[in-house]
Structures are given as C-alpha cells and as structure tokens.
Design a protein. Sequence first.
Lengths: 259, 328
Amino acid sequence: MIENLRTALAGARFELRVLPRSPGDLMALVTAPVTTIVFLAITQHAGRHDLATYAVLGPALMALWSMALMVCGEMIDAERAGGTFEALVATPARPLPLLAGRIVVVVTVSLLSFAESWLVAALVFSIVVPVPHPGLFVAALLATVLAMAGWASIMASVFVLARSARIFQNSLSFPFYVLGGVMLPVSQLPDWLRPVTRLVFLSWSSDLLRDSLNSVGVRYAVPRIGLVLGFAVVGLLIGRVLLNAVLNRSRTAGTLAYA
Amino acid sequence: MDNAAGEIPAVDVRGLTRCFDTGSGLRKRGRTLVAIDGIDLRVDQGEVHGLLGPNGAGKTTLCKILSTVLLPTAGTVRVLGHDVRTDTAAVRAAIGIVFGGERGLYGRLTARQNIEYWGSLYGLRRAAARERATELLARVGLADRADERVEGFSRGMKQRVHLARGLVAEPRVLLLDEPTTGMDPVASRDFRVLIEQLRNERRTVLITTHDMVEAEQVCDRVSFINGGRILATEPPSVLGDWITRFERVDVAGLTEPLCATLAGQPGVGDVSRLPDGRARFETTETGAAARLVTELVSHGVTNLAISRPSLEEVYVHLFGTNGMAVRR
C-alpha cells in the first residue's frame, strides 16, 4: 500500500514537471475562458441573467473532461510512442498507481478552468457567481477529480487495447457534454435519455456543482457525493483490469513499444 | 545449475524460443516469424558477456525477454534464479536495462530529472534519487549538462543518459542493448572504462553489439547470434584472431596477371573488383595480409590499403554465405 502510494506520488511529481512544458496539453485552459465569454455573451444578450451560472460552470466542466480525454487518454500511447513504456514496465513500480498519480495531477490542473471562468465572468461581464454552499462545492470538485481519474485510466487502456476506439476519441467530447449535464442540467434532456445520463458520473458531478451554486438547500448531498466516489472506485477497478489486459497482451504479442 | 563456486547463474536460458505473428488486426493469422530459435545461454555472476550479431539476429528480443517486457513462447529463462515469466517483480528489482537509441527518455525533462524519476520508480526516496542522479551523471560525463533538457542532447549524450538510467538502481544484472550506438570515440572509451568499473563491482553485464572491436575489448565471453540461434560462445581473444585473419587488402592499379598470381597465394581467399576498379583481396589466415603487402610492394604496387573485416564478412567466413541475411 505504501509502495503504491509512493509510486503514485512519483507519477504526480513527474506530471507536475512535464505538464507545464507541454503547452498542447494545456490547450483546454486556453479555450475555457473564451468559451465562457461566448456563453455569457449569448445569455446576457438574450437577457437570461438566470443562466449565468450555467454559462460559467459549463466551460469549466468542458475543460475538465477535455483534458481527461485528450491528455490522460493518451498517456500510455504517448509512452509507447516515446519509447519509454518498455523501460517503465521493466521497473518494479506498479503501472496503475503511477498512471493514477499522473492523471490526478492533470485533472487537478484542469480545475484551473473553474477559476478562469469565474474570473472572466467578473472581469469581462461584471458578473460575480456566488457559491452559497462552498463546502459542498469543494467536496463535489474533489470527488469529481477522483472519479475523472478512475475513468481516465479506463480511457488510457481502451485507447491502447482497441486501436479503432481512438478514431472516436475526438468525437467523444460533445456526447459527454450532453450526457454529463455539462452544458445544461440532465433534467432538461428528453425523458428517454435521462436513464443513460445517470450512468455517466459527470451528470451527478455537474448536478452537485450546480446545486452548490444555488442558494436553496441541497437534498441528499452526502449520498450523491458518495455515489460520485463510488464511480471513482468502479473506474479504478475497471482501469486496473484493463491495464493488466494491456500489459499481458502487449508482453505476449511484443507490442509494448512501437517499432 | 550452479557454477563451481556454488553460485546460481546471473542469466540461465534453456531452450528459449520466441515467435511473432506478423499478421495484423484483431485476429492475427499472418506468417510466424521465429525471432529466437531454441537457444541455451548461461552467464555467470560478475561476467561481462557479449552478444554479437547483426540486425535482426535476435539480440534485442533476448534482452526484452530477460527484462520481462516480452514473454517467451517456449523454454525457461531465469535471472539470478528468478523466472522471468512468474517472478517478474524479483527480476525487475534485480536488473537494469538500457535499450538505447534516440527515444526512451523524456525530452522535456532535464537529464537530472530523468534519472531522478527513474530512480523513484525503483523505490528510491527523493533525496536518495537526487544524490544518485548527481553521482551517475558525473560518472557518465554529463555533470555539466545535468540541468539541460534531454531534447537538446546529441545522440551520444542521450546514450549516456540511458546508461545512467540503467544504473540508477545499482542493478546486479545490467542489460545493455547496443549501448555505444552514436557515441564518439571518446565516449566509447569512457564506456569501456565504465564497464571495467562494473566488472570490478562484480556486476553482471550482458551487452549486445555488432561491433567486434568493442566486444573484444570489454567482454569476458562472447556469444555469436544470428537467425535466432547462438552459433558459438568464445573468449574474446578469438575475435582479435578473426579480425586479423579476415583482413582486406584493397589495391589500385593492379594488372590482371599480377592479380591472378597473388590470388593463388596461401591465405588469400576471395578476390573481387570494387566499383572503383580496385582489387580486393580477402585473407583467411593470420599474417596473409602482411605477406600480400610485401609481395605487392616488391612489384612496385604501393597504392593499397588494409582494412578490418566487417562483422558481415566474418560471419560469411565462419558461418556460411547466408550468415547476415535479415530474415522475414
């Protein structure tokens, strides 16, 4: 357990060093403020000041998902392309804690998009979005980071196991923006689609975050946080199975590295 | 089986076979390529063992199997008594691997950060990893460049970082896959000094190369591998013998009658014409090149050059004409 924790910390330190030197991986943090401006401009022009919360929260959640999908999803493949994956596998360090440590850093850094969105709203539109339930807001963010890390480890493995899945990687953004309640609450979606959204952890996260910005009381906050954490555990468990499958298949087929 | 001193071998390979399916897609059903074909190899602890062979001979495949990143198709492979298939954790803790080449390092990190990271993956604490990185980078001659990003390094400098990475956990068995590729002569000499230090520390080193001179200079024993098979295992002194035995003498301005006369001399093997018109004599015994040169000079022919044989030529002489074919 302690060894795994140390490995995760080593992965986190590594990512903290690499990420600031990889501008392409931080592109979502560049687009988040711009998207916020677009969304707020539309809602304000339409006179829907009540939608300012959605316009601020949406771009931040989009950045969160985008970095998990593009940066974390590429992690194993990038190691293979860089010729480092074989040497990594040949070390005594367990791959899942290492990957998880790196992913948590990426997802945590993507939280900067929340600060960006709030700042843009305040500086460009003079709109201050209050956070009436700061404790719930922070707890929901932390749970979301962990759930995102778990599911990012699945994506990282799937994109190696099924090469064809990468074809859909770019198109996985907008369906999840809808199913995850990123752009608008899932309660606004058609009835037949709602059960599907409940299988996407992001829909629970976005509802919680949105509720934490609402001045009325929040119902079932703790069980809902627990559910998001449950998604995190399930994600990590599936990620572990898939990562082992990646390693076993690659060691058998000789495909740990690209030629 | 243990050696005379009762030590388990550092590397013990028995009947190892590794096949690859060359097909693609989910249902791979292409041709089967036999990369390693039933080899046996034993390397004792503290030995510097060379694996000499051309591209595609199976050297890298063997290194990958020894380092647990590739599974054998058949046979058993043990490192310090640990099976690479079932005792992967023990094997990984005992070995260091240098795959070498342009890739395999994190270009956006400095050399020091690279080594510290790899150290942490072997369980070194931060302070220990930092100390080890400083020590190793000095040892491979990169102390002054330790805090520069690796992406700006030359191939030879990257190779030094690879070496430092391989040594970060002070491994008992070090696998070096073509470690001097891209190194300049000074760096190659430093590398030989490093291997000597490792020998004195009684570490086991398995080094793959296609450089006969390098193998002769650093190894205790050399195994000749080609086509996935070990053709012979010899002391390195035989390499020196082969190098002088299979020398080449290239001569310009040689008349056909004199060429024919010299071709019949003892110790002269094949004679051919190079594209530029020079005649090439290939010798087959030690001293034949010197006799040939004496004879040529006595006939007033002085535009000549002696060169060492390539590995390909030695393989052709020793193991047949198909010795260097890269199999498909």
